[in-house]
Design a protein around this ligand. Structure first.
Ligand code: ADP
Length: 174
């Protein structure tokens, strides 16, 4: 059964099979986690993202979906890019946020990644309330990795939280 671990730190420093990027649908970089991953991972990641935009994802990667590239110079094998929903007070988009975690794990499973590091998707620039984002993240990852018959693919799912507030929110939700 996969271990779920919470850690305060920087996702670009994680030695895991796959690191998940809180990307935007352009796949061409941005701020926050996305900016840090491209900065530290180097130009190879962007080159693969550009190729994806020219082939499978001409309109961009849809919200709630995930796709993998090389991890370039990061101490990981792959980056799995997923597009979180922008928080809306008027519309319930939690299904899309859950989909980010589910689809990222599906891609990880296809790659054979056994250790996966996630950031708190959508809780930065996209404005999702941290407590709710943490609950959705943990519930979805548990459903996908801890259920009967789902215990073989992964060894560890690690949530890498950038600050104490995020770490507290995930601890409370766990
Ligand atoms: P989104 O656009 O999906 O909201 P952000 O990258 O803006 O994505 O933020 C997602 C979360 O990741 C926020 O909680 C933010 O504090 C955190 N974060 C930012 N940089 C890093 C990093 N280098 N490692 C881990 N988490 C980070």
């Amino acid at each position: 059964m996969a271990t779920i671990r919470l850690l305060r730190g920087d996702i670009t420093e994680q030695s895991v099979d796959a690191v998940v990027n809180a990307a935007n649908s352009s796949l061409l970089g941005g701020g926050g986690v996305d900016g840090a991953i491209h900065r530290r991972g180097g130009p190879e990641i962007l080159a693969e993202c550009r190729a994806l935009r020219a082939s499978r994802y001409r309109e961009g990667l849809p919200t709630g979906r995930a796709v993998a590239t090389t991890a370039g110079r990061l101490p990981a094998r792959w980056v799995i890019h997923t597009v979180g929903p922008v928080w809306s007070p008027a519309e319930d988009r939690s299904g899309q946020l859950a989909s980010c975690y589910r689809e990222s794990l599906r891609v990880a499973r296809e790659l054979g990644a056994r250790t996966v590091a996630f950031p708190a998707v959508s809780t930065g620039a996209y404005g999702w309330p941290l407590d709710d984002g943490a609950r959705i993240a943990l519930r979805t990852v548990r459903e996908e990795t801890q259920g009967p018959g789902k215990d073989e693919a992964f060894e560890e799912i690690r949530f890498v939280l950038f600050d104490q507030r995020a770490h507290d929110a995930f601890s409370a939700a766990l």
